[in-house]
Ligand binder design. Structure first.
Ligand code: ATP
Ligand code: MG
Length: 409
């Protein structure tokens, strides 16, 4: 079942800290506007995966109702994200003979099938097979092979797999809310669509989405995705370190971190923060500098883990455009400066831009995944399952989308 309006797409970002439903609408100029947003605390998730079905259903239900009310629509299908340390990724390769000398869509389907035909563990399922490049008779670097002449077609792809149980739990929660899942998308693939520029992907870039439960990484070089990884450490660990160190409830530790935290001691102010105590003890004062001394080592450790992952991937010398930080935990003061020091690369914060409608609300790194899910959904709705948005540049995508809406495709 699809949403009744074909110009409408719905994203459901089931994060560790919050569940967000975004209703997107595409106008005749091909511009995406967010017309409804529902945001609820996430109660049934841990490190990016569902650990409590009923609590997750409750959060989804509330977020969907809120978004429906705001947008004045009835939601039936949603695009969901997936994350967690069960995610595995690998590069693969496929080869087929070109049947009629000129590459057709069917040849592309066959070569993609051949590339995905590798053994994966029985408890894993394929989430994405993302084309990196096509090769025709040894000519590499081809993005769109359809219509080209040759005898041998090869595809290099990036494959992402995830635990069947994790995907099934997401689908179960969504179904129990009376909705259908259109597709499940790796969260950093979605975030990349929302925040990375095409020239960054050409030059080489690493997106680091630091959420509450997981830090999700994707590396793009020569315009295509080359590597993905999930590190099961993010904002929640920083919060629990603060809670433990200053003996305050987790909720207050999170609020203190968000309001007064700094990932660099030099950038911490001189203010004294009032910290609620546990039990019936009186609140205490804590200097911002001491607070930063709990936060800095955690971010440092996290960035060093990302740096290790970068060297393991073999792309550490190829990301000329540097690092793009996104996700809620990228908002801490000093994150960019600390990351620049550790990676010795240019670092920027990535947030969704060029979105209409509730612009003020969604132009925030917290919504990178949600907006990316909408962009992915718009593409799938326009072109169907086999189309790969991931290798297309935004400009041609919007032009083609506009043509599709106008009935010219
Ligand atoms: N200004 C801020 N400074 C520091 N941390 C922040 C700030 N704003 C939000 N955070 C942290 O961001 C995290 C939430 O980010 P986000 O919404 O991206 O996570 P999520 O999508 O729920 O989780 P995940 O993607 O890991 O499943 C929380 O840990 C919160 O403490
Ligand atoms: Mg997230």
């Amino acid at each position: 079942m699809a949403n009744k309006r074909e110009d409408m797409v719905v994203a459901l970002d089931i994060g560790t800290s919050k569940v967000v439903a975004l209703v997107g609408e595409v106008d005749l100029d091909g511009r995406l506007s967010v017309i409804g947003i529902g945001k609820q605390p996430s109660r049934g998730m841990k490190k990016g995966v569902v650990v409590n079905i009923d609590a997750t259903i409750d959060s989804i239900q509330r977020a969907i109702e809120e978004a429906e009310l705001m947008a004045g629509v009835n939601i039936e299908t949603v695009y969901c994200g997936i994350a967690g340390s069960h995610i595995r990724s690998m590069n693969s390769h496929g080869v087929v003979a070109i049947k009629e000398k000129e590459v057709t869509d069917a040849d592309v389907d066959r070569v993609m099938d051949s590339a995905r035909a590798i053994a994966i563990p029985a408890d894993q399922q394929v989430i994405h097979v993302l084309p990196q490049e096509f090769i025709i008779d040894n000519q590499d670097g081809i993005r769109d092979p359809v219509g080209m002449f040759g005898v041998r077609l090869e595809a290099r792809v990036h494959m992402v797999t995830g635990a069947q149980s994790a995907a099934q739990n997401i689908i179960k929660c969504v179904k129990r809310c009376g909705l259908t899942v259109s597709d499940i998308i790796l969260e950093q693939v979605a975030s990349s669509l929302a925040v990375l520029q095409d020239d960054e992907k050409e030059l080489g870039v690493c997106i680091v989405d630091i959420g509450a439960g997981t830090t999700d990484i994707a590396i793009y070089v020569n315009g295509s995705i080359q590597h993905t990884a999930v590190i099961p450490i993010a904002g929640n660990q920083v919060t629990s370190d603060i809670a433990f160190a200053v003996r305050t409830p987790t909720m207050s530790a999170d609020m203190i971190k968000i309001k007064h935290g700094s990932a660099l001691r030099q950038l911490a102010g001189t203010e004294i923060i009032e910290v609620p105590s546990v039990g019936e003890r009186a609140p205490r004062g804590l200097s911002a500098e001491i607070l930063a001394s709990f936060i800095e080592p955690r971010y440092e450790e996290l960035f060093l883990m990302v740096k290790d992952e970068l060297s393991r991937s073999g792309y550490d010398q190829k990301i000329g455009a540097g690092i793009v930080l996104t996700g809620g935990s990228s908002l801490v003061k000093g994150a960019v400066e600390l990351a620049e020091e550790i990676f010795n690369l240019p670092v920027r914060i990535g947030m969704p831009r060029d979105i209409g409608g509730l612009k003020g609300e969604v132009e925030n790194p917290i919504h990178s995944t949600g907006i990316g899910l909408l962009l992915y959904g718009v593409d799938q709705q326009a072109y169907g399952d086999n189309h790969s948005f991931v290798n297309t540049n935004k400009e041609s995508f919007w032009t083609r989308f506009k043509n599709w809406l106008n009935g010219n495709l």
